[in-house]
Ligand binder design. Structure first.
Ligand code: URA
Length: 237
């Protein structure tokens, strides 16, 4: 890879600025000053130093966002703010996109990445990645609703959900945890409609092996740790 491209990607700095720094002798590869920005280096093995600091190249980035309401799960929308508006500028050059969708009024865990293969794997209908939501409902959940969710709910003539888990989470039974294994449009809201109830607040708290960091404020995002990425990539989670 060209050294100016590597530095631009790794540091989020424009190529023009990088080229100027290279020409000023601020870049070293394996201890040698590089003055030609078009020089090719081995991004995996060469030791690159920019202004005295070691540079770590990476192709992909994985961000956990605690999505607030009011944002569309997209990279562009004519009318509403989009979740990528919440990504700090230092990640702009990675061009991340949301992995799947949360409704505009849904809160919580949303993964943003530029790793198309991982996104594809997590979203594939065959993957059945479990997604758990905290739900506040208009009416108390009934014991028999647990069985109805367990049996799967017919949402469309040709679509019945996989068995889903409904756990009551408050004494007044208006708070619950729901785990589903697909990601149909408005799925949790429609499942509650099917039991003659209504979702009034919805927050995703986990996706596969990845759990929402409770310390992450709404609207904030941070990179996944290596352990979180492993947990997300692990099969059968
Ligand atoms: N189910 C819904 O109804 N909405 C979401 O945003 C996610 C799951």
């Amino acid at each position: 890879m060209r050294i100016d491209k590597l530095l631009s990607n790794a540091l989020g700095i424009g190529r023009k600025e990088i080229r100027q720094s290279v020409k000023k002798g601020l870049v070293r590869c394996n201890g040698n000053v590089i003055k030609d920005p078009s020089v090719h280096v081995d991004e995996n093995n060469d030791e690159i130093v920019f202004c005295g600091e070691a540079v770590k190249y990476r192709e992909f980035v994985y961000l956990m966002l605690n999505k607030p309401e009011g944002y569309i799960s997209a990279t562009y929308d004519k009318k509403y703010p989009v979740v990528t508006d919440l990504v700090p500028a230092e990640y702009a050059h990675f061009e991340v996109f949301p992995v799947g969708r949360l409704d505009i009024d849904t809160h919580g865990l949303l993964l943003l990445t530029n790793d198309g293969d991982l996104a594809h794997r997590l979203l594939s209908p065959k993957s059945h990645v479990p997604k758990t939501y905290f739900v506040e409902s208009a009416k108390p959940v009934k014991e028999e609703d647990i069985k109805i969710f367990e049996n799967g709910i017919e949402l469309e003539a040709d679509f019945t959900t996989l068995p889903a888990k409904l756990e009551i989470a408050s004494d007044d039974k208006t708070e619950s945890l729901v785990t589903i294994y697909e990601g149909k449009f408005h799925q949790v809201k429609r499942m509650f409609e099917a039991i003659d109830n209504e979702v009034v607040y919805l927050k995703r708290i986990s996706m596969g092996g990845l759990k929402l960091d409770q310390a992450l404020a709404e609207g904030q995002c941070r990179e996944l740790t290596a352990e979180e990425l492993d947990a997300l990539c692990a099969k059968n989670n």
